[in-house]
Design a protein around this ligand. Structure first.
Ligand code: ZN
Length: 259
């Protein structure tokens, strides 16, 4: 009886193109993979990797005393497994996929990718400003740096500041994100977890290659949609709650370049 009921259910779930399989444990979450022991579908947060790399739910691993890959062995961040270009395309088209698999390894690969993307975003932003609104831009830089407007140094100075600006943006964004999520009641999630989210979503800054304001606006929209995808996936936040949780980070990012 039970079996036929669940067979019916899986039939409906797989019927029609684009049907989404939901997690057995938390039906609000999309399933990332099937456990190779109990054959149930789970969201990434309930799945680990066996030593041969196949997925297994933590319950089966514990019951069967099956060894899991440790975080040091889990060397590749699943969000970056296809390379940075693929990560960007996925962030734009299917942000929920970016955070579908749980990952407990080092955050450094994500931070490195996020730092490079932020530097690239700042370079594009600077380039478009200098090309498209040179006069206005130079006046602004002269005012901020107090260097005389005619100085030869003026066009070069902002380029030298890019690595420091990128580091500040990534760090300040992570802090604001972490504070916002904690205030909105995110149940767990360390500062490192949220730094990883900030870094991965910063890959959106490559979109600043699109000229002028259009690129920076697109990057912000994709950043928000990526961060919201994480919140729905990881903490099952509603859309409204996710937006509220992101407010501090959105504020910090909108006062920092590129904007
Ligand atoms: Zn299982």
């Amino acid at each position: 009886m039970n079996e036929s009921a669940s067979a019916d259910q899986s039939d409906t779930a797989s019927a029609g193109a684009g049907a989404v399989t939901m997690c057995t444990r938390n039906p609000k979450l999309r399933a990332a993979a099937w456990c190779t022991e109990c054959r149930r579908a789970y969201a990434g947060r309930f799945l680990g990797s066996r030593e041969d790399g196949r997925a297994i739910c933590y319950e089966c691993a514990e019951l069967g005393d099956i060894r899991l890959l440790s975080s040091e062995q889990q060397a590749v961040d699943p969000a970056l497994s296809g390379g940075t270009r693929f990560a960007l395309v996925r962030m734009v088209l299917q942000p929920h996929q970016t955070f579908a698999l749980s990952y407990r390894g080092s955050v450094m690969p994500a931070v490195r990718a996020g730092f490079i993307a932020t530097m690239a975003g700042l370079m594009f932003w600077l380039m478009w400003n200098q090309l498209l609104r040179a006069e206005e831009w130079n006046e602004w830089v002269a005012r901020v740096t107090r260097i005389p407007a005619g100085s030869e140094l003026l066009p070069w100075l902002p380029w030298l500041a890019i690595p420091a600006l990128a580091a500040i943006r990534l760090f300040a964004g992570s802090v604001a994100l972490h504070i916002g999520l904690r205030m909105a009641g995110a149940p767990d999630g360390s500062f490192a977890d949220h730094t990883r989210v900030m870094a991965l979503t910063s890959i959106a800054l490559f979109l600043c290659a699109i000229p002028s304001r259009v690129g920076t606006f697109a990057a912000m929209v994709v950043w928000i949609s990526g961060a919201m995808a994480f919140l729905r996936q990881q903490y099952s936040f509603s859309t409204l709650r996710a937006l509220a949780a992101l407010l501090p980070a959105v504020f910090v990012l909108s006062v920092l370049p590129p904007n």
